[in-house]
Every structure is written in structure tokens, then in C-alpha cells.
Design a protein. Structure first.
Length: 239
């Protein structure tokens, strides 16, 4: 065996330990937090933007309803979500990612976990969130949204409330999903469009999440969304 092959094998082995360490840190830290809702959205949203202010209001209302807020820990919508929860005295959690061109974590995270690997960070979002709110955003927001919808659709996790906030922003995507993915190509089922709720109203967004859990009182409210559902209309009970 060549020396270079041995070195590469050792690097792979050490990478396994690095991955394990991130999982352990994430589980250990987040297992001590309360129930929370994840808010995703663009890091480019300015603090003087109406959307930034709306996200702060949304986070405050989530706190009033008994939920903390989990974000990616960066600026823009993430900062607004953390700030709204922080200033309301609620749980404000940031799951930051190490990126070559990205931002520092915002100052409003009471609990902050740094990640090197996106896939570990995604596991933490799904495992410790009782709902997801997708504000206007870019590729990262789309990635997180379709990841969650796919996990629910394929029964890898139990059904969980997903909210697309800002109807005007999401309308083009929803029209394409209905007209192209569903009607033209039949690549999704009609009921897959029921996996998310759309709104422009912070009160309605919070109410949707609260009502979802109220109708499923036996669901573990600490959060553990991971696990197979029973059927496409899973009632959220433990297997």
C-alpha cells in the first residue's frame, strides 16, 4: 500500500471522530433546551427592512405561545428571529455554520452551537424543532424547506407544521409546483401540497403551529421529530 493511501485512510478515520464530536456536542447542548420553532430566511435582509421587523414580531409571538426560536445564528432573518426571542425573554438558539465567505454569529443567541458540517446541523434542526417557518430567502432557505418536506413526504419524520411566510414571495414557486410538478409531470401527489401552510400574518403562523400541537396532545412536545410516521396522514403519535 502506498504511503499516500495510508495517509488518506488516516484522514478519513480522523474525520469520523470529528463528525462524532459535532453530533455529541449538538445533542448534549440542545437536549437541555426547551421546545422551539425554527425560522429560516435570507442572511441579506437588512435590519431596517419591514421583513426583519415582521420576523422579530413573529419570534416574540412564538415566545408568548411558549416556543423558543432556533435559527442559523447569522445576520438578516436569522438575527431578527433570535433578536425577537431574546428581547422577549425567550429561548434564542443559533446553529451556526462555518463558511468561507459567511458572517459571524449574531449577538442575540443565548445558546450557540457551531458546526463544520451541514448535514449534522440539519439533523439538529429537525430533531429539536416543533415547527418550521420559512421566510423569504435564497438557496439555503430552499434547501432547508425541501429537506423537511421530503422527510415528511417519505415518512422519515412525523408530520410537523411547516409555514411559508409571505404569500407574494412564495406564489411563483407554489404555482410551479402545482402546474408543473403536479399537473404536468405528476412528480408529486396533490396531498403533498398540504404539507405546508402559507400566510402573511404572524398571528396566523403561530396559531397554525399551536393548533397543530393542540390537536396532537400525545405528541412528545420536547421535540423529537425524527422517526417514521405511520402513513402519509400521520397523526404524530409515537410508533
Amino acid at each position: 500500500m502506498r504511503k499516500t493511501q495510508v495517509i488518506e485512510g488516516l484522514r478519513d478515520s480522523w474525520q469520523v471522530f470529528r463528525v462524532m464530536a459535532e453530533f455529541v456536542e449538538g445533542f448534549d447542548t440542545l437536549s437541555r433546551t426547551g421546545k422551539a420553532v425554527a425560522i429560516f430566511g435570507s442572511a441579506r435582509t437588512a435590519p431596517d427592512s419591514p421583513l426583519y421587523q415582521t420576523t422579530m414580531v413573529l419570534a416574540r409571538k412564538l415566545q408568548e405561545a411558549g416556543y423558543g426560536v432556533i435559527t442559523g445564528g447569522g445576520p438578516g432573518i436569522m438575527e431578527a428571529g433570535n433578536r425577537g426571542a431574546f428581547e422577549a425573554g425567550g429561548e434564542s438558539i443559533g446553529l451556526a455554520i462555518d463558511l468561507p465567505m459567511e458572517q459571524e454569529a449574531n449577538i442575540y443567541c443565548k445558546t450557540l452551537v457551531d458546526f463544520r458540517y451541514f448535514f449534522i446541523r440539519k439533523v439538529m434542526f429537525v430533531k429539536y424543532s416543533q415547527g418550521f417557518i420559512f421566510m423569504p430567502g435564497g438557496y439555503g432557505t430552499m434547501d432547508e424547506m425541501f429537506e423537511v418536506l421530503t422527510l415528511v413526504q417519505t415518512l422519515k419524520i412525523r408530520k410537523i407544521p411547516c409555514v411559508m411566510f409571505d404569500n407574494k414571495y412564495w406564489q411563483g414557486l407554489v404555482d410551479w409546483m402545482k402546474g408543473t410538478m403536479l399537473a404536468q409531470y405528476r412528480h408529486i401527489n396533490a396531498e403533498d401540497l398540504d404539507l405546508f401552510h402559507r400566510t402573511d400574518d404572524p398571528d396566523d403562523a403561530v396559531r397554525h403551529i399551536v393548533e397543530f400541537h393542540r390537536q396532537q396532545p400525545r405528541r412528545n412536545q420536547k421535540g423529537r421529530a425524527l422517526g417514521r410516521g405511520k402513513n402519509p396522514r400521520d397523526d404524530g403519535e409515537d410508533d
